[in-house]
Write a protein that binds this ligand. Structure first.
Ligand SMILES: [Zn+2]
Length: 341
């Protein structure tokens, strides 16, 4: 199917399901892809860790795919890139933090240079094929959540990506009421909008509201403290780092994805006042009350750092009197895995 003069929308993944977001817009003989994510498998798929979207529809006409634009850096939006983007032979477009994460993934897979990665400034306008695009900054639980304003001769589409309203997001810009009102005032043909927990009535709390509760818990702890959270939530990492400093604890990090996020965040201008990170040996040598360990595994993933610490298979050891804080809700799709581990 070749797009003609009409405007087409086609979701290849992520609509009506959690994960592997892949959306296509078609017009004037060309397609634009928005996001290329994956899904983490649950116990319904024993032996399978990752599920990739089925791209057969677009692979058959890859010469008509003008580009792939990424809204933000969560795995369900960029996770399939290392597996599928090189075959699509089309350029990627992302804001600096998201592009930093993608560049690391491509490097890990030995694909650096095989996929063209264009870095676009936040709030910038750019063109992909017949589509005129503008990134619109939105708050989310990762730096640089972006909506996309897609301008076509048929009208404007506002494709939100994931988002929340948060006046005090700790890192990055809050969703700007003015920017959103401007988008609305211009007139919108279609709002393509999706967000986890979208059916809950109550507003989600602000990222800034987490600080006091975390500080109280850590201050009360007598021994070592492990805090587990989503590695990609750099604002939360900033808060945890601040709490460590305020409570006289040094920070140690356990989990490769945490190392990656901190590295990319610092290289793109975030987490610049993050405390110095100590190694496992030093963390185990220091008095127990002077250590805070950030660990991956907040969803109960057995192979993540916290799972290995719990099983005694990690350089970080915990004993009676130590504290583990889950600064993470269970996200939909991982509930049973968490309950079973
Ligand atoms: Zn997201």
């Amino acid at each position: 199917m070749t797009p003609g003069e009409e405007l087409l929308f086609c979701a290849l993944g992520g609509s009506g399901e959690i994960g592997m977001n892949v959306n296509l817009y078609g017009m004037q003989g060309q397609w634009l892809m928005v996001d290329l994510g994956l899904t983490f498998a649950d116990p319904d798929y024993p032996g399978i860790d990752l599920i990739l979207p089925d791209l057969e529809f677009i692979e058959k006409q890859r010469d008509k795919l003008a580009g792939i634009v990424l809204t933000h850096g969560h795995e369900d939006h960029i996770g399939a890139i290392p597996y599928l983007a090189a075959d699509l032979k089309t350029p990627l477009y992302a804001t600096p933090f998201t592009a930093g994460l993608i560049a690391e993934k491509l490097e890990e897979e030995g694909l650096t240079g095989q996929v063209k990665l264009n870095v676009i400034a936040r709030d910038a306008s750019f063109e992909i094929g017949p589509f005129k695009l503008t990134y619109v900054a939105l708050a989310h639980s990762i730096p640089e959540g972006n909506g996309l304003l897609i301008e076509t001769p048929h009208g404007r589409i506002f494709h939100t990506g994931d988002w929340k309203i948060d006046e005090t997001p700790v890192l990055g810009e809050p969703s700007s009421h003015e920017a959103l009102e401007r988008v609305g005032d211009q007139g919108i043909l279609a709002l393509v909008c999706d967000s986890t927990n979208v059916f809950q009535d109550a507003p989600s709390g602000s990222e800034a509201g987490v600080h006091e509760g975390l500080r109280n818990e850590v201050a009360r702890a007598k021994g070592r403290v492990v805090v587990t959270t989503f590695a990609s939530n750099a604002a939360r990492l900033q808060t945890i780092g601040r709490v460590a400093t305020e409570t006289g604890r040094k920070v140690c990090m356990a989990g490769r994805s945490l190392d990656r996020i901190v590295r990319v965040a610092k290289s793109t201008g975030y987490l610049l006042d993050f405390p110095e990170i100590i190694g496992f040996d030093e963390a185990m040598r220091l008095p127990r009350k002077e250590v805070l360990i950030m660990a991956t595994g907040g969803q109960g993933e057995q192979r993540a750092a916290l799972g290995r610490i719990a099983l005694g298979n990690h350089d970080i050891k915990l004993t009676e009197g130590d504290t583990v804080i889950f600064s993470s809700k269970i996200i939909p799709g991982t509930r049973r895995r968490s309950a079973g581990s």
